[in-house]
Design a protein around this ligand. Structure first.
Ligand SMILES: [Ca+2]
Ligand SMILES: [Cu+2]
Length: 424
């Protein structure tokens, strides 16, 4: 049975917020869309759509609403370039970045209403995206090591938390955590000896001082033989730092989900409707009884090296299971409800950023979206190996099953999303 929401997950935001949000969208859309923007900006549409996150900040939100056109869809038809955009033949793209797959862009149904879908995946709404490049595989330990070697970067899990600094990012009056918690460390999956209460993560996860990407299971562990495993125990800002170094950025949730679907709009899984077509394991998940008995009959009882399962329709590997992928977006459990009445939306990440209230918490303490599920996902617990499945995780915490991959806009002249970090 699927419990909703997951343990530790916030309840879905109340109706009041949604009404207020819709009113904001409506007023902005109708006040700036028609006469002011469309004739003026239509010739630059493709450029503007690709630039939308940047523009949404640069223009204080107003421009974003006219180029994104998240309204009733009647007065802002897309120009031909967007609606007829076809997947370019990779062979014709001499500038294809190494290790990346072309995601053609277009329109898709974001979210799911099938029986496995949680509340935070409902309802389905249409989203329209421009094309982009995406890493075919998750960033491996070897790749991350190269980044660290080149930059001397120290990940969040390796830094001793500074309470004085933390305090400034937390609501006033937040009590100081116990001293033995204020040490460098990360969350390690430890499993259990038998059936336990799944609502209490502490029954199978342990905050582990000394755990970090180099020692993913804590002191005494290392990366021997793991160079082609996805890097884990990286916090969201570590993933972002890597992306910036690589000249890329993290995907938005919508980009990630569109890419994961591999062209199978509305399908339950990235590969179709059946979890194990003809008995074949399509992803590294938990087989057996969670969290104490892992039969590993998909070949792996822990993380698998990247690229061991069949790629999806866009040539992307491991978009289900193995390790979650960080996305750039703030996590809102009610995301899909916010867009329920819109015919077609631009990227929800840009829309939400544009209306972010000035008193919103600083970016550093927000939950960020993770997608794709992991080797720990099991039908009895979360079934998150579906493209629409989503969780929010604290941005500052690494875990045994969270990794990332990057994307790159179609042309280098478009500034990456990274440039408009929601810094406090
Ligand atoms: Ca497995
Ligand atoms: Cu899961």
């Amino acid at each position: 049975m699927i419990a909703d929401p997951l343990p530790g997950e916030r309840a879905v935001t109340g109706a009041f917020d949604i009404v207020r949000f819709r009113r904001t969208i409506a007023s902005r859309h109708h006040s700036v869309a028609g006469p002011l923007c469309l004739p003026k900006f239509q010739e630059n549409w493709v450029y503007a759509v690709t630039l939308r996150p940047f523009l949404s900040l640069a223009a204080g939100g107003a421009l974003a609403f006219c180029v994104l056109g998240c309204g009733d869809g009647s007065d802002d038809a897309l120009p031909a370039e967007m609606t007829t955009q076809a997947a370019p033949d990779l062979e014709e793209k001499p500038d294809r970045p190494a290790g990346m797959a072309w995601i053609p862009g277009g329109e898709f149904a974001m979210g799911s209403e099938d029986s496995l879908a949680r509340l935070n995946e409902r309802p389905v709404h249409r989203v329209r995206l421009a094309g982009f490049w995406m890493d075919a595989r998750q960033v491996t330990n070897e790749q991350f090591a190269r980044f660290v070697e080149a930059t001397g970067y120290v990940t969040v899990a390796e830094r001793v938390p500074d309470w004085e600094e933390m305090k400034t990012q937390l609501p006033p009056g937040t009590p100081k955590p116990a001293d033995d918690l204020l040490v460098a460390g990360s969350m390690v999956f430890v499993g259990s000896d038998g059936p336990v209460d799944l609502a209490n993560m502490g029954n199978f996860w342990r905050w582990t001082p000394g755990a970090c990407w180099r020692r993913p299971a804590g002191p005494g562990s290392d990366l021997a033989g793991k160079s082609d495993l996805p890097v884990v125990q990286v916090a969201w800002e570590d993933a972002r730092a890597y992306a910036e170094w690589a000249g890329k950025r993290l995907p938005t949730e919508a980009e990630w989900e569109f890419a994961a679907r591999g062209g199978r709009d509305g399908a339950r899984y990235a590969w179709g409707e059946e979890f194990r077509p003809a008995g074949a394991a399509m992803a590294n998940t938990w087989t057996g009884e969670f969290p104490y008995r892992n039969t590993a009959d998909d070949g792996f009882d822990g993380l698998a090296p990247v690229g061991r399962f069949a790629p999806n329709g866009y040539g992307l590997y491991d978009m289900a299971g193995n390790a979650w992928d960080w996305c750039d977006d703030e996590y809102r459990p009610d995301l899909h409800m916010l867009f329920a009445d819109e015919a077609v939306c631009g990227d929800p990440a840009a829309l939400l950023a544009a209306i972010r209230p000035p008193n919103a918490p600083p970016a550093a303490v927000l939950e960020r979206v993770v997608k794709g599920g992991s080797f720990l996902c099991h039908a009895s617990y979360c079934a998150s190996y579906r493209p629409s499945a989503r969780r929010g995780l604290p941005a500052d915490t690494g875990m045994s099953h969270v990794s990332f991959r990057c994307v790159q806009p179609a042309s280098a002249e478009f500034p990456p999303l990274l440039r408009q970090t929601l810094k406090p």
